[in-house]
Design a protein around this ligand. Sequence first.
Ligand SMILES: Cc1cc2nc3c(=O)[nH]c(=O)nc-3n(C[C@H](O)[C@H](O)[C@H](O)COP(=O)(O)O)c2cc1C
Length: 197
Amino acid sequence: MELIEKLKKRRSYREFESETFDIQILINAIEAAKYAPSGANKQPWTFCIVQNPELKKEIRKQAEIAESAFYKKIPLNWKDDLEYLNVTIDKPFLEQAPYLIVIFKHIFQYDTDNNHTKVYYPDISVGIATGMLMSVLTDLGLDLLSYTPSSDGFLTDVLKRPENEKPFLILVVGKGSSSYKLPEITKKSNEEVIKIY
Ligand SMILES: Cc1cc2nc3c(=O)[nH]c(=O)nc-3n(C[C@H](O)[C@H](O)[C@H](O)COP(=O)(O)O)c2cc1C
């Protein structure tokens, strides 16, 4: 019940305080998440912790360029949905928060002779590991935003990741800004989402 209460209070923050905390907390949380199940135990994930201000600034710059281009193309109803959630092309949180965890999924891997090897269900596997990581970070009292840039190839270049890794999600981690007005949303009832057979 305690965990339900903590997870119930989890919300997506889009403004963060600049105050930081020990990086070891994130390393421990990622260690917990890496015990997630994965297709054929391939563990097709890499978690990049970004704390360098210059790198965060560059990620923000590239993300805002991508969002500006995307916003010119998206249908109006989609724009309305995002506006109601306070989602705009401005991404200040990418610089404000002390840490970004940029999660990459492996689309193939390498054997000891550097040949390409297969991975299985990488999206499901990395999604489960990300969910476990989010639960641990929430349990630790940290605030988060799961952010998916509309075009994310720049993350590979900025963080110099190898060609078998593709960006999956940016997890913004820190203390949500006390002045941030959380959008009013509702969650579905147990009856809607749980079916007992
Ligand atoms: C896969 C995924 C992608 C998301 N992408 C974005 C995003 O690009 N920008 C953003 O502000 N929020 C993003 N969110 C956060 C959702 O908008 C948010 O979870 C939803 O509105 C419910 O609000 P809550 O997290 O406060 O419960 C994303 C969430 C998920 C799971």
